[in-house]
Design a protein around this ligand. Structure first.
Ligand code: ADP
Ligand code: NA
Length: 333
């Protein structure tokens, strides 16, 4: 049996959104504080470079992301907090997994299809192999649980397939079959401009997302302009069916206030959006602004951030190195 252990990561590709916070970071903090798991959190810079990153900007974004983790409540003493490229065991295990995963599995990944688009011949090989590296990120710690947003569900299934195929091919019970933890009202925060797309830092329209760095005016303006239908909010959950934009705003209100959807419906049912949107904006500002101001304060001390990351990498390697050593022995090396 495996030690209850959580691993998850975020790409330092700039511009963190409210989707990243509610879908990932907020639950990272909860799982750390509950104390039922060892928690390991990572800035996945090797994933970020599967698409072009300016080197100086990547370096800044990595430090800024580290500041975000800490500002949001990750304690580098309680959790292992580090940057992926400082722990070479991730890529050492990824190569083994490149030889376990099948081309057909990778080709079915919807994120690959979305990100490579029509120009797949010109996408990087790293973008195609991304899910095998992600499996290595998780399994190099023998992580049993991975909190992620809904968009990562398919990659988690691939991680499980890789663990099972490795165990089967080599006749061992070496890697755990990791459980995704995808729960709560904000597992898929949608764009404010289009209720059928997820809120993303890579969306060309800044009005489509709330950034964790947005000030109160920007947040109020984005919610005011958010796309909705003309009906007031319903009193019951069923009234949100086929109203994706309304549903998204109600989900956000629930996630930000830490209440259930029925509780929220009881409070806001019957209100027009002209009344509900400012309430939602105020709540978002209340949650985001202490985090963003703490993030800005921490990010100034780059020497301290670098110390935290170096210490975290050392602790991560202490867990990962024996797993890689044993994996290579199993493979016959
Ligand atoms: P992005 O998808 O914004 O480029 P990452 O790939 O670094 O960001 O994802 C970091 C975490 O944030 C993942 O767990 C992902 O599932 C989660 N996440 C990203 N966007 C959303 C969203 N719109 N709603 C909920 N969770 C999200
Ligand atoms: Na993502």
């Amino acid at each position: 049996s495996f030690t209850p252990r959580v691993f998850s990561g975020i790409q330092p590709s700039g511009g963190l959104t409210l989707g990243n916070y509610l879908g990932a970071m907020k639950r990272f903090v909860t799982m750390q504080d509950e104390g039922k798991f060892e928690t390991i959190y990572c800035m996945v810079d090797l994933h970020a470079i599967t698409v072009w990153q300016d080197p100086a900007v990547l370096r800044d974004n990595t430090r800024e992301l580290c500041a975000f983790f800490i500002a949001a409540g990750i304690d580098p003493e309680k959790s292992i907090l580090f940057n992926q490229s400082q722990v070479p065991e991730h890529t050492q295990l990824a190569w083994i997994f490149n030889c376990v995963a099948r081309m057909g599995w990778m080709k079915r990944m919807t994120q690959w299809k979305d990100k490579a688009g029509k120009n797949a011949e010109n996408a990087s090989l790293g973008l195609f192999g991304y899910p095998a590296l992600m499996a290595a990120d998780i399994l190099v710690y023998h992580a049993t649980h991975v909190p992620v947003g809904d968009d990562q569900k398919q990659h988690l299934e691939l991680t499980r397939d890789i663990a099972m195929k490795f165990n089967h091919d080599f006749g061992v019970e070496f890697f755990p079959v990791t459980e995704p933890v995808i729960e709560g009202p904000a597992t898929r925060v949608m764009s404010l401009r289009d209720g059928s797309r997820k809120m993303s830092k890579s969306d060309p329209s800044d009005m489509s997302r709330i950034n964790m760095s947005d000030d109160a005016d920007a947040i109020a303006q984005k919610f005011r302009k958010a796309r909705t239908d003309p009906e007031p909010l319903p009193f019951e959950m069923e009234g949100l069916t086929d109203r994706p934009e309304a549903r998204n705003l109600v989900d956000l209100y629930a996630a930000l206030s830490g209440r259930t959807l029925p509780e929220v419906m009881a409070e806001v049912g019957g209100k027009p959006f002209s009344e509900f949107k400012p309430m939602l904006a105020d709540l978002a500002v209340e949650v985001i602004s202490p985090i963003s101001s703490e993030m800005r304060r921490l990010a100034k001390d780059t020497a301290e951030i670098d110390r935290v990351l170096a210490k975290g990498a050392e602790r991560a390697r202490a867990v990962a190195a024996p797993v890689v050593k044993r994996t290579y022995e199993i493979v016959g090396m």
